[in-house]
Design a protein around this ligand. Sequence first.
Ligand SMILES: [Zn+2]
Length: 336
Amino acid sequence: MTIESLQDYAQYFIPTIPRTPTNRYASIILLRETKSYAIFTTEGGEQQDVEDTPAGIVHAGEKVSRLVVFKRKQVAPERRTGKALLRQYGIFPYAIKDGKVSYGEEATRMESFYDDCYLTEKLCTHCPDCLIYGYAAVEGEGARKARLMTDTCFSVRPYEIIQKQVKFNVINEAEHTSGTITEYDYTTPGVFLPSVETSVDLTADEFVYVLGNLLRTSRYGKEGTRQGFVRNHVLAVAFSDVELFANLEFTQALYDAFRDDSEIDMTSGDLNLADFQKHVDSVLEKLTGNLPGRFEMVGGEKLDAILQDIRALNQDETRLKDFLRGLNDQSASFAV
Ligand SMILES: [Zn+2]
């Protein structure tokens, strides 16, 4: 185990990559906060995705139209972050022969080697990314189910007050004329999206990789625009043998708490991180109070220790390289 502060929770991870499910869940409970203008549309869409949902769990009679961020929009950027890291630290090219993994020059001299891994045409099917996040059918390799699950997440406040329509006049530089006016539908900075990423049957090191990707990733939203700075705030990690709650329930429970707090006004001004921190413990307690399974929540200083250890690993080039190699050795030698 690479991260010492996870030692206390060793029983909640699986020692080696499993062939069959055992439902050991480790959930990362977080808030995604926009720190710039962002665009959350589905492919080719002009307008951001919005859904009418019951406002709260208690306040279920009212409706709120909320910004929606689909699963792919959350996980794909984190996968790309992880994959770029694997490339930077020389995981590619690698080759496998008789369960032994070789790298670099040596790998390229082998009969067949993997020189990269990317969506959608060239998934290698053996690297940590492929084994953790899964892939759809690849010729000759079948498909692999993800061991990381997440759902669509929803804004707490109504879409009308967290959105801004901006018009741009595209200037033609050569002819000094103004061209088409393009209108974009933006999410404003300071919007919070409560979310849970649930891993199932990961080794402790695979979990460290997933959490590292989440901490490193800062750009979400419309691809190709390179805008949409998002800060991920990890609130807690929970270990269980059942799933905890849906992202929408998390958003609704926070909405209920804010509605009943006279110091918080959701309709004017901005919500801030402190508002969430004030209520998150009691909200999580309510949401997990009646689970039909075992459950342990890690927050406060214990969570800080885990996050600090993961940051320290990511700051140390030599350790990180060894860690990623070890991780890839495990996944590549796992006979599919
Ligand atoms: Zn791969």
